[in-house]
Write a protein that binds this ligand. Sequence first.
Ligand code: FRU
Length: 495
Amino acid sequence: NKFQEKFRPQVHFTPPKHWMNDPNGMVYYKGEYHLFYQHYPEKSVWGPMHWGHAISTDLVHWEHMPIAIYPDSLGYIFSGSAVADYNNTSGLGTKENPPLIAFFTYHDMKAEKEGRFTEIESQAIAYSLDKGRTWTKYKGNPVVKNPGIRDFRDPKVIWHKDTKQWIMSVASGQVIKFYASPNCLDWTYLSEFGEGRGEHGGVWECPDLFPLQVSGSNEIKWVLIVNINPGGPAGGSATQYFVGDFNGKEFISAQSKTQWMDYGKDNYAGVTWSNTPDGRRILIGWMNNWEYAGEKPCIEWSGAATFPRELGLVKELDTYLLTSEPVKEIEKLYGEKVEFINQDIKGVMTISERIPFAKSPVDIRLRFDIADKTKMGFTSKYGITLKNSRGEYITVGYDNVDSFFYVDRTNAVGEVFSERFALTHIVPFIANGNYADWRIVVDKTSLEFFAADNKVVITDLYYPTEDFDIIEIFAENGKIRLGEASITELKSIWK
Ligand code: FRU
């Protein structure tokens, strides 16, 4: 088997070798999901950026492809997006063989070194006429010149049906600028969004703009995703989002409170696929944080993608909230399954003894009965711990006293590599109702926790000396009933 090194994720995308950061250019075309990514092919640290490339037909198994776009005299190839230009509006292909068009940022290191700051970043394109196998840079690059700002990057392009034009969102300092084009080549500035809205603890990066139907209704709202670094809720990089309307010219946010897509520390630069079948909105992020990405203890490669997530939208009172859940294709990785029904937990119950595959990646579902708190004898905390025999562990829990979800990874690394890693990440949330349904996708060095009907997400990495193979459910003080639970083996995507 390939890719069996220590710490190498088994159900998450990683580059074959060396550095990766943001996912880029995700587009679905002719039965294939393309994933490009910020890649430095020479070393396991950030460097001259290329677009690495991989293809999947099911979103979970990936085939590594040759590097798609190389840096050149105009600069490094920074993050961006891709679309299928089905009507050949660009004229770069034909109607019979429409071009795939990639939009990226040129980052000119020479201009940066020489202090010509407003000349560093501009938007450019490359196109492919052979299903994404080879890419040609457009001769008229850049297609969007720098408007006089140092940070001006990460173009995300969509087709806006109502006004029949392409819309490009570009992160510009701490706002998002929108541009329009009939043909992907000529762009006109429209408007900007962000002043006085959302968080401004860092630079805005990697935007995404798309419509989504509100669950249980016919209402369509527009979601604007804005990555920010630093300034996230757990420190460092994170993803905020705004829900509102987009009329082909301006984005108007319906709400003022900042919403976070993920409260963990390791989901950044996430954006969604273009042209997906059935209009599914599928996001993938870089499972890492700029606070320590360069210091992680991986040598052969560095960086992984989150598990692909399907996004949804719910409305609660006047607030629209984004939901995320692992794509259903995860089932293609399912192996054996162990179920637990109606277990009363008091103190600690070790369940891994009954799970022969406890050491492998697993998909965990837990349903706690929380209707009657008095019957529980007031449980102050409950949850699940993954550990190894060396006493290293990570805990996912709910604090009933102060009402928050948490992931405690203070003891989840063997060798301390960053002071900013070993922390507890929390999400204030009042859990009520009859049940608390939890979902946790566990890989060798990461967990992705989904709770509160997928409105709460925590993605966190860990690097134990030995793989976690002990799984415990716990209730501190009092007891709690685990109504239903299952642990399902996840088979490696690399086999
Ligand atoms: C986000 C980011 C982008 C940029 C890329 C460079 O992680 O900083 O804004 O395009 O990484 O690798």
